[in-house]
Design a protein around this ligand. Sequence first.
Ligand SMILES: NC(=O)c1ccc[n+]([C@@H]2O[C@H](COP(=O)([O-])OP(=O)(O)OC[C@H]3O[C@@H](n4cnc5c(N)ncnc54)[C@H](OP(=O)(O)O)[C@@H]3O)[C@@H](O)[C@H]2O)c1
Length: 284
Amino acid sequence: MSDKLILGCGYLGRRVTRLWRAAGHRVFATTRCPAKAEELRRMGLEPILADVLEPHSLEALPPVSSLVFCVGLDRSAGVPMRRVYVEGLANVLAELARSGSSPDRFLYVSSTGVYGQGDGTEVDETAVTEPTDESGRIVLEAERLLRERWPDAIILRFAGLYGPGRLIGARGLSNGEPLTGDPRRWLNLIHVEDGAAAVLAAEERGRPGESYNVGDGHPVARQDFFTCLAGLLGVAPPVFRGHGEEERGNRRIGNRRLREELGLRLRYPSYAEGLPASLAAEES
Ligand SMILES: NC(=O)c1ccc[n+]([C@@H]2O[C@H](COP(=O)([O-])OP(=O)(O)OC[C@H]3O[C@@H](n4cnc5c(N)ncnc54)[C@H](OP(=O)(O)O)[C@@H]3O)[C@@H](O)[C@H]2O)c1
């Protein structure tokens, strides 16, 4: 049993805390919002009011054996992404240096957006990182800052998270709206429950200083994904329009390290298992 801390207890973070709690650990979780703090307490967590953009608030972070950095962009806050991802991370690293607190494990939730490949190739963790869009460049800057200041940190490059309550495109499909973007472009996904299990596998078996792709290893063409989703929802198949305009990267994310080094066995090896399970969970 040891103490854990999650910075950013949102869609993914909550699942991570559930797994830690189930294993009997003491779990601290940050939030910026007092009402959410009460909710976290009811979940058996020890809430800490902290904002990565407010260095003083970070003085409340407790010393722990494992820290997971899982802060996402809160669009409603109106703060530029770079401030949250780069300056926010720098503030946390500065606070750890100031307090002398040094978790044995520092896990950083990053994104496969750091890869810029646009030709549909398969990319593993050794692939070049030359993101073509602004958000990818910001996440890469955060990764580099972390590597410089905390070389042993483990970086987890997440593909798109999906699961109950996060079925991208479901509302639009149900409303009969066309989808934008190229139907042939690859989607790289990971079910949120598998994503949380990946964080714990990396905590247990990840190599210090290593990066791991966290995807299910079954990229799917958008056309196939949304056709499957429409079928499950019982609505008309998707119509795509406007592709070619503002396309982001197009690649297939390989997950060999996740499976072989971290030994993760996916509960939802692809959308074919994950989508119906997610819809069933939403309905229950
Ligand atoms: N969603 C995806 O498909 C996807 C794909 C690749 C990578 N990722 C990465 O995975 C991570 C988690 O994603 P998610 O979908 O679980 O995110 P999420 O549900 O939006 O949760 C992110 C959490 O960040 C916290 N947060 C936001 N601004 C903050 C700030 N200034 N200071 C402290 N905490 C702050 C929020 O907590 P409070 O509101 O309680 O303060 C929120 O609970 C993110 O880093 C994201 O970039 C996500």
